[in-house]
Ligand binder design. Structure first.
Ligand code: ZN
Length: 128
């Protein structure tokens, strides 16, 4: 399983987008004001089933990687690194502290470019 698959399996797009946009329920989807342009009427939708978003105001759409890259100005490596750290934090909150073997397994899956930063934060997590 690739790091992208792990992240998509573990994180919910509505939780990630919900950190930036106030979302309300709209059927089984979520709706809010488009974060990429000014608007008065919410035309920005998040679709939990397909793990994608679309703004019907400006046509912007994508998955959770596209969203954080566009919103934060991150490149793909940075998005992978930041979301991998989020997976780790969530994993610890859900399932308790990671074992040494689990930490090793996740570290091996973090992209090379982001390895040092994630490892630093892993050690912070492991020791807190
Ligand atoms: Zn828009």
């Amino acid at each position: 399983m690739s790091i992208i698959e792990i992240i998509k399996e573990r994180l919910h797009i509505e939780d990630i987008v919900g950190r930036y946009v106030l979302l309300t329920k709209s059927g089984k989807n979520r709706r809010g004001l488009g974060p990429f342009h000014n608007e008065q009427t919410p035309s920005f939708f998040v679709f939990p089933d397909s793990q994608r978003y679309k703004c019907f105001g400006c046509g912007t759409n994508g998955d959770l990687f596209d969203f954080v890259m566009q919103r934060e100005g991150w490149d793909m490596d940075t998005a992978l690194r930041e979301l991998a750290v989020r997976v780790l934090q969530q994993y610890e909150a859900d399932e308790g502290p990671l074992t040494a073997a689990q930490l090793r397994q996740i570290r091996q899956r973090v992209p090379q470019g982001g390895a040092r930063s994630v490892r630093t934060r892993l050690f912070d997590l492991a020791s807190s």
